[in-house]
Design a protein around this ligand. Structure first.
Ligand SMILES: Cc1cc2nc3c(=O)[nH]c(=O)nc-3n(C[C@H](O)[C@H](O)[C@H](O)COP(=O)(O)OP(=O)(O)OC[C@H]3O[C@@H](n4cnc5c(N)ncnc54)[C@H](O)[C@@H]3O)c2cc1C
Ligand code: FES
Length: 284
């Protein structure tokens, strides 16, 4: 049988080697995508199209194995395309996977890096923290979710962190409260502020709150922004964000940015621009 994909970066038909339900609305897929796997680095993403004529959606690379030629994505069902994707099964295929896209994560100079993952953000956090751990950096993680059943990748992160603290909004597991409350409790136990660094991936309000806490404490922080993306290659301007007073395109300049420089208010406004259209599509 001919291979599913024969050219780098834009190949057609990416076989699903495994599918695993992580929460009632989140699935982990391992895709056969050797060209993407060979070039992937932590912090990057792919743009996925499920069916011919379908929407292209950006999804973070949650893991990659260059030798096995696989790329892992973790997808949360939020609307039409993510639902279509999550309905696919092992043995099926995603129509196309373009990537890796975006700039890889670059650590600053922290001796201890605290990774904060909210919801499916834990999946994007994992390769970042693993990369730091492999480079000899001391890593910790704080994971947050609404309830225990929405908490993901705790076991995987434990393998690459000296400490993993889990938080749930309802107290059904771990610390009862928000990741920022957990971070504030943890910080005094970690020694010199100048040795610390934070990287946060998750819902926008969470990243905004992490930016506020770390700015107040004088701790450098990076966040992975998720504006609406269209082409994912810097051509359309859809993913425009303002960082440090400058216009940046999250798909090519990011998605990781200095948390303290991001104009979150503008990002929230821009992400709401297509709410009505999305609602109409989801209802249709
Ligand atoms: C860099 C980046 C990495 C991402 N990584 C992941 C991931 O690892 N796993 C995951 O489940 N989701 C990820 N997302 C979000 C994912 O792209 C959206 O959930 C998806 O596009 C929703 O499409 P939909 O048709 O299912 O839902 P819709 O009903 O169309 O949209 C639901 C919500 O998803 C967001 N969204 C919609 N279209 C886009 C788009 N083209 N670009 C960005 N956001 C959009 C909006 O906030 C919207 O309100 C990422 C987004 C970005 C920008
Ligand atoms: S998605 Fe088009 S410029 Fe970034």
């Amino acid at each position: 049988m001919p291979p599913f994909h024969d050219t780098p970066h834009t190949c057609t038909g990416f076989r699903i080697l495994s599918k695993e339900r992580l929460t009632p609305v989140t699935n982990r897929f391992v895709l056969e995508a050797p060209w993407v796997a060979r070039a992937a680095q932590p912090g990057q993403f792919v743009v996925v199209r499920v069916v011919e004529g379908g929407e292209r959606i950006p999804v973070t690379i949650a893991d990659f194995d260059a030798q096995a030629g696989t790329v892992t994505i973790v997808v949360q069902e939020v609307g039409r395309t993510s639902r279509l994707l999550c309905a696919l099964q092992k043995g099926g295929a995603v129509l196309d996977v373009v990537g890796p896209l975006g700039e890889p994560f670059r650590a600053l100079k922290g001796k201890v890096v605290i990774g904060i993952g909210g919801g499916f953000g834990a999946a994007a956090l994992y390769p970042i923290v693993r990369g730091l751990h492999q480079a000899g950096v001391m890593t910790e993680a704080i994971l947050g979710a609404r309830t225990k059943e929405f908490l993901i990748l705790e076991r995987e992160l434990r393998g690459v962190c000296r400490e993993v603290l889990s938080c749930t909004d309802d107290g059904s597991y771990g610390f009862k409260g928000l990741v920022t409350e957990c971070l504030t409790t943890r910080l005094p136990q970690l020694g010199a502020r100048e040795e610390l660094e934070v990287v946060a991936v998750g819902p926008m309000p969470m990243m905004r709150a992490v930016a506020a806490v770390t700015a107040k404490q004088g701790i450098p922080a990076q966040v992975s922004l998720d504006p609406i993306m269209v082409d994912g290659t810097g051509m359309c301007g859809g993913c425009r964000v303002t960082v440090g007073g400058e216009v940046k395109f999250a798909c090519v300049d990011g998605p990781m940015f200095d948390a303290h420089q991001v104009d979150f208010a503008e990002l929230v406004r821009r992400n709401k621009m297509y709410k009505a259209e999305e609602a109409a599509l989801n209802a249709g």
